[in-house]
Design a protein around this ligand. Structure first.
Ligand code: C5P
Length: 229
């Protein structure tokens, strides 16, 4: 199937985090958030990583991550206006011969390498996989008027995370189709689903949170304290 590489979108503006430092460069246990995400990927069999930084922040990222970059194959490119565009730009920077692409949010520093390996294994079998956890709360669908339209069957609902892993050809086809149709989506798996292709859910951990607001950073510090690396 060729080698595996990771694409790490980290080009979000992080407006919900507030502050001036990019949320992926904020320190968590003494290291930038995104460095933890990169280290988890370097602990699995990937041959290199394309890190997607916000436009104009490539050198900031390179400086903040110079130790890890000097010792590993990490390429920095700049992202786009939305997540799909950022992943697409990262994808374009992959070297020839890559067979499997591991897409992992820069803002998910707590992923466990064992889970990344499980997602890679299932993607080799199914073509596409994503880490996910069963939804704990009851989920309702509502209109813009906040009136409930429907209660969704909880036993069938999963909250998806990253990594999401794909064969190179499938991810390319999915991104091309989405760009052509003007579909952004909020994850890569949804772009693959639009093609009518199966995506395998791989049970993950509730601790694999995405750092979005300052509360998440506090929670992440606590989780790291409970499970020191
Ligand atoms: O908050 P959101 O779900 O959009 O972010 C998921 C990941 O996608 C984050 O790591 C974020 O930095 C990244 N992203 C990106 N480019 C964008 C928007 C989000 O790389 N334009």
């Amino acid at each position: 199937m060729g080698s595996a590489w990771a694409v790490v979108p980290a080009a979000g503006t992080g407006t919900r985090m507030g502050g001036t430092v990019n949320k992926q460069l904020i320190e968590l246990s003494g290291r930038p958030v995104v460095e933890h995400s990169l280290r988890a990927l370097l602990a699995v069999p990937v041959d290199g990583i394309v890190l997607v930084a916000p436009p104009g922040e490539e050198s900031n990222f390179a400086r903040a991550l110079k130790d890890i970059i000097s010792l590993n194959r990490i390429i920095i490119v700049h992202g786009g206006a939305d997540r799909r565009e950022s992943v697409g730009r990262g994808f374009m920077a992959l070297p020839a011969g890559v067979g499997l692409v591991v897409v992992h949010d820069g803002a998910r520093p707590l992923v466990r390498p064992v889970r990344v390996r499980e997602a890679m294994k299932e993607a080799r079998r199914w073509g596409a996989s994503t880490l996910a956890v069963p939804v704990k709360d009851t989920v309702k669908l509502a209109g813009p008027d906040k009136l409930v339209q429907e209660t969704l069957p909880r036993e069938l609902l999963w909250q998806v995370q990253t990594p999401q892993v794909f064969t190179r050809e499938l991810l390319l086809e999915a991104h091309r189709a989405a760009a052509r149709d003007g579909y952004s989506g909020t994850d890569d798996a949804s772009l693959v689903e639009r093609l009518g292709h199966s995506v395998k859910l791989v049970p993950g951990d509730y601790t694999n949170i995405k750092i979005t607001t300052p509360d998440d950073l506090l929670l992440a510090e606590k989780i790291m304290g409970l499970n020191p690396a």
